[in-house]
Write a protein that binds this ligand. Structure first.
Ligand code: ADP
Length: 460
């Protein structure tokens, strides 16, 4: 089957669908979006849809006046260990608020009337859509379809096509049924296939930061996130940057590899992490990479989170997450009861856990965590019944990827833009440097998705 289009987009996640909307708005007549799964959304659908924007309307309502584009820029750069491309970070910082307003007013994304304060951000600036990632993606998709973008689901892009002049002119793809497709792109191709968190081979090939990222380490990603766009663009001569910068998420359900909602107790309040020997091993409020690194050094890379009854109540865990609690109890990854009971469930020595809690509580009394330097929510662990759940690290985000310039053009190994080839979202590198801050991924997809579309339609 041959499809003639102006703009061909590979991947219907956050970046791809935003690019489709913008391509239509920029006047492209025919926009084709190729998606290998039977549902759109990728990792964006699996996320909370969090969107950090400085100077946003909730900040104004809450009287937060000490935020700025410059502060956001500094936070992203510093959060990424100063390894990001400052020019790309500047674009995120400047475009975040106008893009959030565009999503709200033009696209119909409904943001909640409260916001969050994410780690690494100097102030609370994270907007959060109603219905999380699923509603966010569905709203984008409805808009893209309304504007006339065409979606080809269950269709996997396999390679990029180049014309005689060297311009990227289309995409080869194959439908689940085996039918082969050729998509011709008169304006250009936008790669929006996400990262490679679910591709064990690529993780192993590029990893230098962690002891291993083999199949023993699960991922929070959609199984579709296998670096296809990176491979296709590499074959077309693209350059990649920061490929070894792979972010692990520290506290995940061993049964699914994905995060626990009940871990909000640790993030927002007081919880302890202990190892198989029943000992604390890290500042529970540390950054993702610090806790992940420490977890990988524990016996079997398996640790346990403990929450007391007061925090369970204060964080409304039963009210908010009953379904997850039931699931986890069924899978045996969560135990609820006295310390003796929950420790017995996981075969962790209760006597050692009791000593660890006593030691921790005495440190709280002394006012200083001389063991691990914890300062946030440095409160005592009280009485049961306790929640105790097992936890492993998971691959969460790949910061590296295709090198792009400020117009989202893919750059080749000589530093030149590859004609007709654009990229946006997690498939690109250089925006988050060595570490991505929470709630900056969705802004990245929306901002660079739009830039890629405009550049492609105007053939910049
Ligand atoms: P981003 O956040 O960068 O937009 P997402 O993970 O949200 O990335 O979306 C990436 C999308 O690309 C997913 O829906 C995924 O299924 C799709 N995808 C990945 N590889 C291919 C491929 N080879 N062909 C078509 N779609 C792909």
């Amino acid at each position: 089957v041959t499809v003639d289009a102006d703009v061909v987009i590979i991947g219907a996640g956050g970046a791809g669908i935003t690019a489709a909307i913008e391509a239509k708005n920029q006047g492209a007549e025919k926009v084709a979006v190729i998606e290998k799964m039977d549902i759109t959304g990728g990792n964006t659908r699996m996320s909370g849809g969090e969107f950090a924007a400085p100077g946003n309307w909730i900040q104004i309502k809450e009287g937060i006046t000490d935020d700025s584009v410059d502060q956001y820029y500094e936070d992203i750069l510093k959060g990424g260990y100063n390894l990001a491309n400052p020019k790309l970070v500047r674009i995120i910082a400047e475009q975040a608020l106008p893009t959030a307003v565009w999503l709200r007013d033009e696209i119909g994304v409904k943001f909640r009337d409260n916001q969050s304060w994410y780690g690494g951000h100097a102030v609370a600036r994270t907007l959060w859509p109603e219905g999380d990632g699923p509603a966010y993606v569905d709203t984008l998709e409805a808009k893209a379809r309304q504007l006339g973008a065409e979606f080809y689901l269950q269709t996997e892009a396999t390679s990029l096509l180049t014309d005689e002049s060297g311009k990227i002119a289309g995409v080869k793809a194959v439908h689940k049924s085996g039918t082969e497709y050729t998509f011709n792109a008169s304006s250009g191709v936008i790669v929006a296939t996400g990262g490679f968190g679910a591709n064990v081979e690529m993780r192993e090939e590029y990893n230098t930061l962690w002891p291993t990222l083999d199949e023993s380490i699960p991922t929070t990603n959609s199984p579709a996130i296998t670096g296809d766009g990176i491979r296709m663009a590499l074959d077309a001569g693209a350059n990649v940057v920061g490929m070894d910068k792979i972010q692990l998420y520290p506290v995940n359900n061993p049964a699914t590899g994905n995060y626990y909602y009940i871990d909000y107790a640790r993030l927002n309040s007081t919880a302890l992490l202990v190892n198989k020997e029943g000992h604390r091993f890290v500042n529970e409020k540390g950054t993702r990479d610090v806790i992940s690194d420490a977890t990988l050094k524990q016996t079997d890379s398996m640790v346990y989170e403990i929450i007391d009854a007061d925090v369970v109540a204060e964080q409304k865990l039963y009210e908010e997450y009953q379904a997850e609690i039931d699931q986890c109890l069924k899978k045996g990854v969560l135990a609820i009861g006295t310390l003796d009971e929950v420790c017995a469930h996981f075969d962790v020595p209760a006597e050692e856990v009791k000593k660890s809690i006593e030691r921790y509580n005495s440190l709280v009394e002394s006012g200083e965590d001389t063991d691990f330097g914890r300062t946030d929510n440095f409160n005592k662990i009280g009485d049961g019944p306790y929640f105790m759940f097992s936890s492993v690290v998971s691959v969460h985000h790949t910061m590296g990827g295709l090198e792009i310039d400020e117009l989202a053009r893919v750059i080749d190994k000589n530093g030149d833009a590859i004609p007709g080839l654009y990229a946006a979202g997690e498939v690109t590198g250089g925006i988050h440097g060595g570490n991505r801050l929470g709630s900056v991924a969705v802004p990245d997809t929306a901002i660079f998705g739009r830039i890629a579309a405009e550049s492609c339609v105007k053939q910049k």
